[in-house]
Design a protein. Structure first.
Length: 364
């Protein structure tokens, strides 16, 4: 049996040839991302309603790529369920991205310290927390089917002695907004991080978390481009093109990542249009409630999606009687529905819930 030697990674930037197909894909990806940003920046409702669920979905999909066994609809019921390793992993990933964004929005760059801190949060109190959280690996790792040793590896990352040099080069590249076009930089940085595989565990989740963080840093805005949903849909191709990147097929990998960006932006725009329609219809309907307090309660319902009357009372500061009366009226108007699936006397903003919970459908 032939045992693979540790990979000798090239430093960034790499040379890649642009053919007509790649040029068109990069152009379309940039255009769709621009359209998505424009739509996002001109919403008639608080964008955090969308981003909270988009980030939660990103965390779920990224851990799903790694084999996490949890249903998508369970994401909205965590606060009512007993924590598990799977649910903690998803929550940790969400916390990781939120932490990193707060750092870069303050002007900090992506560097060894920041990414180590992200890794530490990622593995906090979950599987892998005994594998040096927040520390660059000092031993050789490999990628293989679960339980298979290095002799059955499909890829062996660089030796530990090369990691610091490779990461320093990578982070310099990631922080440079001018060395390559934006989406090329994001794509190549991701594949390079996964190739270096600098930690003993959590490299896939952390590498995908860096995509929206790097984009937010370079664009100087909130993270809005989350890619794990589409990468999970195209998982076999994702894994194959990462290997092709390592073999020097940068153009093929960039074509794949560009198409993923197009499809993911289309999916996000479709959701935003659906939420916008729901919001406009429901804002008109709640005029029938005849209470100014409904406008204080509805934003909380939009942000929570799954909730109880007691939670709305505590978060809004509105009296128990008023909350109960408004919730009952919203149910009569079919804006919300009762939901006793997990918690007693629960409710769900089902129309918004359905926008996020469900399988991805490709949009042309």
């Amino acid at each position: 049996m032939i045992v693979l030697e540790p990979f000798q990674a090239k430093i960034l930037p790499v040379e890649y040839k642009v053919d007509k197909e790649l040029l068109n894909l990069l152009s379309e990806a940039s255009q769709r991302y621009g359209e998505y940003k424009s739509l996002f920046d001109n919403l008639n409702f608080d964008s955090s309603f969308f981003l909270d669920s988009a980030l939660l979905n990103e965390s779920y999909k990224s851990t799903q790529i790694e084999g996490t066994q949890i249903s998508q609809d369970e994401m909205y019921y965590w606060k009512y369920l007993k924590p598990t390793d799977d649910s903690r992993e998803i929550q940790n990933l969400k916390r990781t991205i939120e932490f990193a964004y707060q750092q870069v929005i303050q002007g900090k760059k992506i560097d060894m310290y920041l990414v180590n801190q992200m890794h530490k949060i990622l593995l906090d109190s979950v599987r892998g927390n005994d594998r040096q959280p927040g520390q660059i690996r000092s031993t050789q790792n490999w990628i293989a089917p679960r339980g298979v040793g290095i002799e059955g590896a499909i890829f062996v990352p660089p030796v530990p002695q090369e990691i610091y040099t490779l990461l320093q080069n990578l982070y310099e590249y990631m922080n440079d907004a001018f060395i390559d076009p934006l989406l090329v930089n994001i794509a190549l940085a991701h594949s390079q991080f996964e190739t270096i595989h600098p930690y003993s565990d959590g490299n896939g989740r952390l590498g995908r978390a860096l995509i929206p963080v790097q984009m937010a840093m370079l664009e100087k805005q909130k993270p809005i481009l989350f890619m794990s949903e589409i990468l999970e849909v195209y998982k076999p191709s994702y894994q194959r093109y990462l290997m092709q990147y390592r073999q020097g097929n940068y153009r093929g990998y960039l074509k794949f990542f560009s198409q993923c960006t197009i499809d993911q932006c289309n999916a996000f725009m479709l959701r935003l249009h659906k939420i916008k329609t729901i919001y406009e219809e429901d804002m008109k309907t709640i005029e029938q409630v005849h209470s100014g307090m409904v406008y204080k309660i509805m934003p909380i319902i939009m942000s929570q999606i799954v909730f109880t009357k007691k939670e709305i009372e505590e978060m809004s500061g509105v009296s128990k009687a008023t909350v109960s009366r408004i919730i009952n009226r919203l149910e009569e108007l079919n804006i919300i529905v009762k939901d006793d699936k997990v918690m007693k006397k629960g409710y769900k903003y089902k129309k918004i819930y359905n926008v996020f919970v469900g399988k991805y459908k490709k949009v042309s």
